[in-house]
Design a protein around this ligand. Structure first.
Ligand code: ADP
Length: 590
């Protein structure tokens, strides 16, 4: 807004300044008017006071004109006794009346006697014929005058009256009696006032003031004739009367006395200025308050507008959010549907995999059985051939009548068939599709696996060393599957050492912490690096077709993992491979 309306702001500022100036003017005007009124009241009290002071002594010289001592003195000015009596009388009256001085002049203006005759600046012998009051009294009128005493240098108000030769008014004038009154007392009452108060004569000359430097200054420049007159009457003892400078034009005035005097009061400008300042400040404060209120109102309105706008925006946002939520929900529902479909197909796949795995295990077993077929046939052929030979011999012994020998042979036949039964029993258990979970003696499982491969090891002239103590290590699991793994590992070891110079396989059982550990070491060539990476992959084989399917280790590993075990392969430092089968031991006390 500020940038938008610089003109508006400027005019507002000007208006404010104008208002402040107007307040200033009104304030000073009012204060001045008040002060003038107050001053006027003050003067209305002062003027009569002064008037009465002057009036008080008005009759004193008139009465003195009829005093015999004065008339005597004028009649016999050379008589010292008469003059002494006059001086004494004048002194007494002066003291009683509390006036400045009383003195008597002859018709030439020479002072014959005075109340201050014996003082250094006494009037006796002085001539006052040049004073206007003397002239007036000499002509039978009352003389009034204000001026500085030529001998005493003290200012005063002089009142003079004629003294008649024969003591009767209207007769010939013998001399003039004058009374000098000091106005100092009166001026002293003004001292307490802060405002300049002056008493000015009819020329506009200030002769009394509570401001010392204002005395004997004129309110306006004096005319030529006036200056001449003042020089003649020596009214102000030859003081050069300069115009008063720097006084205020605002004053109140009141006429006083019979000489055209004016008493004047100049109200102090500082109070007027202070009042003006107060009004201007008040106006400024008021304007500031108004401006602040306007600003606050504007802010409030703006805040309300903002609040409304943000409320609207919020509503809009809420609506948008609603739309978005609906859309998202729709999307989520679709995604959920999709996921459910995927989950269903995954379940299907898992089911398929599981059955495939079972079938694979079974296939692995059958493959192994196939591989073992030659060995098993050989294993079965031996006792069978023995049985045949024992049976043939037994028949010969019976024909010869050697019954005890025939019985011995029959016993051998029983042993051989028992052995065959054992072989077949083993195979039957191995070929069974699903085993059951039970406690398995690992040493027994190793013996049984080794037994199934025994003829193979013999045929290939491979030494099989078993290091396992019966009943020492028991695990929980499916015995058939464990045997399947062991047979696999033994079979691989046998294959590995078949072409080697030194042919030995060691199978060992031990406890290792919380695990049962079966290790199968062979003296074969070990596992080449490129083979190691694929060892447990299904259908990975290095053997010629017909001999290896590449399923043995893959199936073994999955069987072991299903039992929470681990199957790992390493190469031995002195050559040959080492396979380790780890199965968890049952928890203690379980
Ligand atoms: P197959 O025996 O049918 O080849 P396996 O999964 O049992 O399948 O073995 C995969 C491959 O691992 C074998 O072809 C062979 O190269 C390698 N192998 C397994 N056991 C040994 C071993 N003891 N020494 C060296 N190589 C081995």
């Amino acid at each position: 807004m500020r940038a938008k309306h610089p003109l508006l702001l400027l005019s507002a500022l000007l208006l404010a300044l104008g208002l402040i100036a107007a307040a200033w003017l009104a304030g000073t005007h009012r204060a001045r008017a008040e002060l003038m009124e107050q001053g006027q009241r003050q003067l209305q009290l002062m003027a009569p006071e002064l008037q009465s002071l002057l009036q008080k002594f008005e009759t004193l010289p008139f009465v003195l004109g009829f005093q015999p001592d004065l008339i005597d003195a004028l009649a016999h000015p050379a008589d010292a006794k008469t003059i002494a009596r006059l001086n004494s009388t004048l002194r007494t009256i002066q003291q009683q009346a509390k006036v400045g001085a009383i003195y008597l002049m002859d018709r030439d203006g020479l002072t014959l006697g005075a109340s201050n005759w014996d003082q250094p600046l006494g009037f006796v012998g002085k001539n006052f014929s040049y004073r206007p009051y003397f002239d007036a009294a000499l002509h039978g009128r009352a003389g009034r005058f204000y001026g500085i005493g030529t001998s005493s240098s003290e200012a005063g108000y002089f009142i003079a009256q004629p003294v008649y030769r024969d003591g009767s008014a209207g007769g010939p004038v013998a001399g003039v009696v004058a009374v000098k009154i000091s106005l100092d007392e009166f001026e002293r009452t003004w001292r307490s006032s802060n405002d300049p108060i002056v008493l000015a004569d009819h020329h506009g000359i200030i002769f009394l003031s509570n401001r010392r430097d204002w005395v004997y200054r004129s309110l306006h420049p004096l005319a030529e004739a006036t200056a001449r007159e003042l020089a003649h009457t020596q009214q102000y003892m030859g003081q050069t009367i300069e115009p008063l400078a720097g006084h205020s034009e605002h004053y109140v005035t009141q006429p006083v006395g019979q000489l055209g005097w004016r008493i004047m009061l100049f109200p102090g400008q500082s109070r007027v200025l202070r009042a003006g300042l107060q009004w201007a400040l008040s106006a400024a404060l008021l304007l500031a308050c108004a401006a602040v209120s306007a600003w606050a109102l504007h802010q409030r309105r703006r805040r309300l507008e903002e609040a409304q706008a943000s409320r609207a925006a919020l509503q809009r946002a809420a609506l948008e959010l609603d739309d978005k939520i609906t859309e998202r929900t729709q999307q989520l529902r679709l995604t959920n549907q999709h996921l459910e479909n995927q989950y269903a197909s995954l379940q299907e796949t898992e089911h398929l995999l599981r059955s495939t795995q079972n079938e694979l295990v079974q296939a692995g077993k059958l493959a192994m059985l196939g591989q073992m077929a030659t060995g098993i046939a050989h294993e079965l052929n031996q006792p069978l051939a023995a049985i045949r030979a024992f049976a043939d011999n037994a028949r010969l012994f019976l024909e010869r009548g050697q019954a005890d020998k025939a019985a011995g042979n029959l016993g051998h036949i029983g042993e051989a068939s028992a052995r065959m039964g054992a072989i077949i029993g083993q195979l039957k258990g191995f070929a069974r599709k699903d085993g059951s979970i039970a406690t398995v003696d690992l040493a027994a499982a190793i013996q049984s696996s080794a037994f199934l491969l025994a003829s193979e090891f013999r045929r290939c002239e491979v030494a099989l060393h078993i290091d396992a103590e019966d009943g020492a290590v028991l695990v929980t699991g499916d015995r058939v599957r464990i045997e399947q793994v062991l047979i696999n590992l033994l079979r691989n070891a046998l294959d590995a050492v078949e072409t080697a110079e030194r042919r030995s396989v060691i199978i060992a059982l031990a406890r290792d912490g919380a695990d049962a550990l079966v290790s199968i070491r062979d003296s074969g060539p070990g596992i080449p690096e490129q083979v190691a990476a694929h060892l447990f992959e299904p259908f990975f084989t290095t053997k010629p077709s017909g001999k290896g399917l590449g399923l043995g280790l893959a199936i073994s590993s999955s069987i072991v993992q299903a039992m929470n075990g681990q199957l790992t392969a390493h190469n031995e430092a002195d050559g040959g491979a080492r396979f380790e089968l780890r199965l968890p031991l049952p928890a203690e006390g379980a």
